[in-house]
Design a protein around this ligand. Sequence first.
Ligand code: FMN
Length: 343
Amino acid sequence: MFITPLIAAPMAGGTTTTELALAAQGAGAFAFAAGGYKTADQLAAHIAPLRATGLDFGVNLFVPRDAPLSARGVAALSAYRTSLRSTAQRYGAQLPAVAPDKDKVQDYWTEKMALLLADPVPLVSFTFGLASNEVVASLHKVGTRVAASVTNVAEALAAGATGVDALIVQHAGAGGHTAAFLPSKATPPDASGTLAQLVAAIGAAVSLPLVGAGGVSGPSDAKAALAAGAVAVAIGTALIRTDESGARQLHKDALADPFYNETAMTRSFTGKPARALVNEFVREHTACAPEAYPEVHFLTAPLRSAAAAAQDPRAVNLWAGIGWKSAQSGPAAAVVGSFLHEL
Ligand SMILES: Cc1cc2nc3c(=O)[nH]c(=O)nc-3n(C[C@H](O)[C@H](O)[C@H](O)COP(=O)(O)O)c2cc1C
């Protein structure tokens, strides 16, 4: 299914630009378009140059939450808004008073699925939840292969039952949001154990091609995951600092700044556990952040933008996987090449 052992992971929110995906693809990796947060029109524009290469590529979508926020969730969101006031004031940011509209909460799912069915792509991957058997079957019908992101054996079994063709096995050391969608004893998912061990455990339970992701900082981590049975490995954080990455410069700089010495899983920025460099915002707001994705994402967005505009990384979501210290600047092709050279 993947003719190359290296995948440029989808990174929504601006990091995966079309240029990054094209550069990774050109250097021999399998590239993903990051569909999360985009409207269908934006996604179509993002995909077009990748399609034009004639090479295989994937499109990643967020599976939206199916129920509205509970009354308890609404109350927790409001309390969280209050607790963010002084931080917002520091940056002159206005915290939105109302929750995001339904289209944003659903992440334009209906329109993006319609686009992918009308104008099929080689592969679609999902994260944050499972697409239904019907959705998977409709993609198969138009010739699209489907992958689901999972973080443990229970999720892998549930994903396998939807008829997908492959699993993205994401270890909790991954940068950005966890793909976890089932309640688990370890919430947020626990980063003990290696990616190779997780791949082996899931491989013993499910007979689907597995892509290992999370904390792959260099070729030796990649080789270990491949030896454990993965058909390919995906890298995200390793590409954030590259020239073609659309991450903010202050995010790229933070990844190379020895001031930061740890990452943590935090709901503080978006309401869903995500791994980031530990900065002041993570320290101050993780404990009281509610489980309310994507409402918290839209609540904190103006604050994060204002902090970034002020070149102040203290209140910016500095997504980073546990291997962040190895992330290199320079052309993405060089990073991809340095992995592929050894795989
Ligand atoms: C900035 C950033 C954004 C991400 N956005 C997405 C996304 O849109 N969809 C997705 O499935 N995974 C997303 N991820 C997770 C990656 O696809 C991948 O699983 C992860 O980066 C692998 O771990 P690593 O960062 O340690 O290499 C994101 C990761 C980062 C760092």
